[in-house]
Ligand binder design. Structure first.
Ligand SMILES: NC(=O)c1ccc[n+]([C@@H]2O[C@H](COP(=O)([O-])OP(=O)(O)OC[C@H]3O[C@@H](n4cnc5c(N)ncnc54)[C@H](O)[C@@H]3O)[C@@H](O)[C@H]2O)c1
Length: 401
């Protein structure tokens, strides 16, 4: 089949290389730099190997493009564009709407349109379908489906092939078509009764993580006040063989999913007039962690960080990726600057961030570890400053949460 994938980021490129084994893939992206790099066989995503990409380009199974006309006569079109929050933390579907316009104007034969972008329930039925129809010739009847993406960038044990994939079509015919497509490269497909169930399940998965992370972040504060180790206490609780799942405290949550998706669910709740108290409180607790961390460091420095040189170690939002979207390092930096500290940062995987280059590890009065990549030595970090505060639980001997 000819498969066009709108958006060649973490989700779209990952799907592209898996689909290319069985189909001819057009990777459409509006970013010319991304497209040029992909066509030169250079992957910009952890987990997508440049050699794989080159293999599919050489075999004529993959090409990237900024030309929307290239998606014409695709049998399948997958939407994989960002779904961020607006400044007032409301769902912002401007990229999805733009993708719908591209599809409507350029897909001139009936196709299967699948949304993999995370969004609130009703997006496929009430937004994507009408929006594509608005821009299409009246005579074209596409099939519509949703299959929320669960990729965890940088992870090798769970991938596109073995991670169970939820799906639902707007019609029975669409459900069958979406199953046929994914079954070519995914071993475990789970059909649900409506697109709204699939869309809601994705939001609930990430909300579950957000709430549990907030709970453990709150517990870390209680444990510290009690004078006990949060890590030892969590390990102790985790010896219970059932009914407990271990989450780790941190400087906050980051990435495209955990800080964002729960707000999509809260938005739906608000529209329905149902309270989303847990979601909102969890968000607040996680956002407040940056201040808590800086307050702890401040308390160890006679209540003032004014003029102190502080280095953030690890600014990616999680270990072993170079992704800085919504990174908790950012509020930590802001909080430190508000306290009068002179802030630098060092990250072995992120070369530039917030207009600055990564600094060499060391040379500061204080180091605060936000993310520890596998390539970064905990021993070196411990030696990098006279005072080290670790929010990851991995730098033994440092001050910690
Ligand atoms: N990154 C993850 O781990 C992950 C996991 C599961 C789900 N998701 C969801 O998948 C969706 C995509 O996320 P991502 O991480 O791949 O984003 P990304 O920012 O890595 O990539 C998105 C790409 O889409 C392109 N784009 C934006 N608007 C476009 C348009 N109108 N036409 C063509 N290209 C366009 C951008 O240039 C970019 O290259 C989001 O809804 C996200 O929440 C992400």
């Amino acid at each position: 089949m000819k498969v066009s994938i709108i958006g060649q980021g973490y989700v779209g490129l990952t799907i592209s290389v898996f689909a290319a084994e069985h189909h001819t893939v057009v990777g459409f992206d509006k970013n010319q730099g991304v497209v040029d790099a992909l066509n030169a066989g250079i992957s910009h995503i952890e987990g997508v190997d440049s050699d794989d990409l080159k293999k599919w380009i050489t075999a004529g199974k993959f090409k990237a493009t900024t030309n929307p006309a290239d998606i014409a006569d695709s049998e399948v079109v997958v939407i994989a564009v960002p779904t961020p929050l607006s400044k007032d933390r409301k769902p912002d579907l401007v990229f999805v709407e733009a993708a719908c316009k591209t599809i409507g104007e350029n897909l001139k034969t009936p196709g299967l349109i699948i949304n993999e972008s995370t969004s609130f329930p009703g997006t496929v039925r009430n937004l994507i379908k009408p929006e594509i129809e608005k821009h299409s010739q009246a005579s074209i009847d596409h099939l519509y489906a949703v299959s929320p993406e669960r990729v965890d960038p940088g992870r090798t044990d769970w991938n596109q092939k073995n991670t169970p994939r939820l799906y639902a079509g707007l019609t029975a015919e669409a459900s069958m078509a979406v199953r046929d497509f994914y079954s070519t490269f995914c071993d475990n497909l789970v059909e649900v009764s409506s697109p709204e169930v699939a869309e809601s399940a994705k939001l609930f998965e990430n909300t579950f993580r957000q709430v549990n992370i907030a709970l453990v972040n709150e517990f870390a504060q209680i444990a510290h006040a009690l004078g006990i180790s949060v890590y030892e206490t969590l390990d102790a609780a985790a010896t219970k063989p059932y009914g407990f799942m271990k989450f780790m405290p941190s400087a906050g949550v980051g990435g495209h999913c955990i800080p964002v998706d729960p707000s999509y669910l809260a938005h739906t709740a608000a529209e329905l007039g149902v309270p989303a108290t847990f979601i909102e409180r969890a968000n607040e607790v996680n956002l407040e962690m940056a201040k808590y961390v800086v307050d702890r460091v401040k308390a160890d420095h006679a209540g003032s960080l004014s003029g102190k040189k502080v280095q953030i170690v690890g600014v990616a939002y999680k270990p072993n990726v170079a992704d800085v979207r919504e990174t908790p390092a950012e509020p930590v930096v802001e909080e430190l600057k508000r306290s009068g500290a002179i802030v630098s940062w060092s990250d072995d995987l992120v070369s530039s961030w917030m207009g600055e280059k990564s600094a060499q590890l060391g040379g500061c009065d204080i180091a605060i570890v936000v993310t520890l990549h596998s390539v970064t030595s905990a021993t070196d970090v411990l030696k990098s400053a006279p005072y080290v505060f670790d929010t990851t639980g991995k730098v033994k001997g440092a001050h910690s949460l």
